[in-house]
Design a protein around this ligand. Structure first.
Ligand SMILES: *[C@@H]1O[C@H](CO)[C@@H](O)[C@H](O)[C@H]1NC(C)=O
Ligand SMILES: *[C@@H]1O[C@H](CO)[C@@H](O)[C@H](O)[C@H]1NC(C)=O
Ligand SMILES: *[C@@H]1O[C@H](CO)[C@@H](O)[C@H](O)[C@H]1NC(C)=O
Ligand SMILES: *[C@@H]1O[C@H](CO)[C@@H](O)[C@H](O)[C@H]1NC(C)=O
Ligand SMILES: *[C@@H]1O[C@H](CO)[C@@H](O)[C@H](O)[C@H]1NC(C)=O
Ligand SMILES: *[C@@H]1O[C@H](CO)[C@@H](O)[C@H](O)[C@H]1NC(C)=O
Ligand SMILES: *[C@@H]1O[C@H](CO)[C@@H](O)[C@H](O)[C@H]1NC(C)=O
Ligand SMILES: *[C@@H]1O[C@H](CO)[C@@H](O)[C@H](O)[C@H]1NC(C)=O
Length: 586
């Protein structure tokens, strides 16, 4: 997992009025601010007054709560409309801006000689261009240039912004303002090197899948055996998307070599994935891209046999200030229902508190929109156990987003086999931004009750937050082919595509049986699903954040735990749970 580990050390505060900026006009109200410049960035003075900024503005939506209710109505097994997915148009009715919000904001922009264009399918995001001096005046802001010292990257940001009081109910946020971007601290090639350094050995001669399964490294045959995943190809055109960020693109030729060695039962010359770019994404087949893209494609195409796998690749036009996560979500929400992937696997995460709550919440809600339309979103939790809080530098845990979003399924890691135990890197814990969702009440409360009174970590995490991961799969020793080498790769980055592939194969069986696909899994997972997962009860995650930091240990336990969630999946038991007969062969 290429978790974005940033060195932001700042206090990020959500605002409730107060603290007017020095530029504020009488009717401006501070909407959000940061106390200090994020660590790693230096303020090099005011931005040029006539530099053009492209700002995005999120308008108040028609019925944001209604969207979440609608998501649960289609994903809760107890609901009469379970798995009756909404259409793109139905979702848009909830998230389209309130008419009065659009009117008021447009009138205000016009008054100020600005014109906006819609930048999301439902029209809830608009963008407009404005010179720095005008933006400072309109938003009581102080747009300065901040240089990221290590990389030299320059960004124009303000530490505070305001909205006219009359517009405050109509605008959820203005962006980019106080959220600083994740900087690619490492180039692709140094990341590739890191992967190789992580690997205990290179496989010069690949072991064949039929030699002792799993003892030769984690391969498609190994995960097929562990989780009862069928090798037979799908019968329907089931779709599985893979998110590709930071230029970590996969390669066609490496996939072919991988399949020729580890899926000798499929015709590698006829097995492929499809490229789709967003934000100007181009398929360059850059041979120096890291192993992440190849891992993600080799363990989707190589496990979800015959599925239609799409690599959704970021391009050079990412200007969302949050590493492309916002843009990818908006891109997917703009796809027609027939183009929306039934399952999306994303092997990226970043420290939750690095981005402003408002932006993080919008991205999480964009995932809820996709879930309401029937897409199963699966995210890796990260590889740093309980995580480090780089904002406070305290011994507080550092939860990861998007794993912490309650509207996605978060996949942690195990290691070994027969039995699997919690993987030492498996990221998990509790969100500081998102409250525990209702579907977790029983499972997560049981865990908290169990450790209550004896928890050595008490006070280091927000026990009322959304707990993660939801489940876990093997995360160690995956065999991947990349740039001429066989690598052994570790991480929840590997667990995530394998689980996404299992859901894709389950979707295929459901479609054959005339049933709807699984969609947003969590309400099912924590009710009926909890009975069919294999509980992982041994092993622990651990991380030390600095030399004098106490080791942060979390244990896998009976029932849900923040290392392995509810446990590991089993394909036959998934079939049974969805009312399909596991003895029927494909
Ligand atoms: C946090 O710790 C790092 C490394 O020890 C240090 O460089 C940084 O200044 C600290 N930040 C804060 C806010 O204390
Ligand atoms: C094991 O793999 C080798 C090499 O691919 C193959 O020749 C052999 O037939 C396989 N044996 C079994 C039992 O599948
Ligand atoms: C990884 O797999 C190799 C065989 O390919 C094996 O020798 C090694 O012990 C495995 N390492 C771990 C940590 O499982
Ligand atoms: C997969 O698709 C790419 C792009 O169209 C193509 O260059 C490559 O040869 C294909 N590989 C196989 C095995 O079909
Ligand atoms: C980025 O967007 C601009 C303006 O739309 C376009 O001209 C340019 O080709 C794009 N760049 C890439 C890499 O797609
Ligand atoms: C399968 O679905 C994808 C995505 O909707 C579509 O582009 C493709 O043409 C379909 N393939 C077949 C064989 O129908
Ligand atoms: C703890 O989580 C709750 C629920 O998400 C949130 O309202 C609260 O602000 C969080 N507290 C801290 C200190 O992060
Ligand atoms: C984890 O288990 C060990 C050994 O049983 C125990 O000493 C430790 O307190 C446990 N840690 C937590 C966080 O429960």
């Amino acid at each position: 997992m290429l978790a974005l580990r940033l060195t932001f050390t700042l206090l990020l505060v959500r605002l409730c009025g107060a603290r007017p900026s020095s530029h504020a006009r009488r009717d401006l109200r501070v909407h959000a601010y940061r106390n200090v410049v994020p660590a790693g960035f230096a303020d090099v003075g005011p931005a040029s007054p006539d530099q053009t900024l492209t700002l995005r503005l999120a308008l108040a939506q028609s019925d944001p709560k209604g969207l979440i209710d609608a998501l649960y109505r289609v994903s809760d097994p107890a609901s009469p409309t379970y798995r009756h997915w909404l259409s793109k148009e139905q979702v848009a009715q909830f998230v389209a801006p309130k008419a009065e919000a659009a009117e008021a904001v447009n009138a205000w922009l016009e008054e100020n000689g600005l014109s906006a264009t819609s930048s999301s399918a439902a029209g809830d995001w608009i963008s407009f261009q404005v010179p720095v001096n005008k933006a400072n005046e309109l938003f009581g802001a102080e747009y300065n240039v901040y240089v990221h010292q290590e990389s030299g990257t320059q960004v124009v940001r303000t530490l505070s912004y305001s909205l006219p009081a009359s517009l405050q109910p109509h605008i959820d946020l203005v962006h980019p303002t106080i959220s600083f971007p994740d900087i690619k601290l490492e180039s692709s090639t140094t990341q590739a090197k890191r992967f190789i350094d992580d690997v205990p050995e290179r496989l010069i001669k690949p072991a064949h899948a039929n030699s002792t399964v799993c003892s030769q490294g984690t391969t498609p045959a190994c995960v097929q055996e562990l989780y009862n995943i069928p090798a037979a190809p799908v019968r329907n055109n089931v779709t599985l998307g893979v998110s590709v960020f930071y230029g970590n693109e996969p390669h066609y030729a490496y996939l072919t070599t991988f399949l020729e060695n580890y899926r000798t039962d499929v015709d590698a010359s006829k097995t492929n994935y499809t490229f789709v770019g967003w934000d100007g994404g181009v398929d360059t087949q850059n041979p120096f891209a890291t192993a992440e893209g190849d891992l993600d494609i080799q363990y989707t195409v190589g496990v979800a046999t015959g599925a239609y796998v799409t690599s959704y690749q970021e391009g050079g036009n990412v200007t969302d200030g949050v590493s492309g996560f916002l843009d990818e979500a908006l891109f997917l929400n703009a796809l027609d229902d027939s183009e929306l992937p039934q399952v999306l696997s994303t092997s990226y995460a970043h420290f939750e508190n690095n981005w402003d709550f408002d932006v993080t919440d919008k991205i999480c809600q964009a995932y809820a929109q996709l879930g309401a339309r029937g897409s199963t979103l699966v995210f890796a939790t990260g590889d740093a156990g309980a995580g480090c809080d780089f904002i406070t530098n305290t011994t507080d845990f550092g939860p990861n987003f998007p794993a912490s979003c309650p509207y996605i399924t978060a996949v942690g890691g195990t290691s070994g086999y027969y039995p699997e135990v919690g993987w030492t890197g498996s990221s998990g814990g509790f969100s500081n931004y998102f409250a525990r969702p209702w579907y977790q009440d029983t499972a997560v409360s049981a865990y908290l009750d169990k450790i209550s009174g004896t928890d050595p970590n008490a006070g280091r995490y927000n026990a009322s937050g959304r707990g993660f991961p939801d489940l876990a799969l093997k995360a160690d020793n995956y065999t991947v082919y990349d740039a001429g080498y066989w690598l052994h790769v570790f991480g929840t980055s590997a667990s995530c595509p394998v689980f996404a592939s299992m859901i894709t194969l389950l979707n295929d069986r459901l479609i054959s049986a005339g049933k709807p696909t699984v969609g947003f899994l969590n309400p099912w997972l924590y009710s009926e699903g909890s009975k069919v997962f294999t509980d992982v009860t041994a092993g622990s995650s651990s991380i030390r954040c600095s030399d004098d930091d106490p080791l942060r240990v979390l244990n896998a336990t009976e029932g849900w735990d923040p290392v392995t969630g509810l446990g590991t999946p089993d394909f036959d038991r998934l079939l049974d749970a969805f009312g399909l007969c596991s003895s029927v062969s494909n």
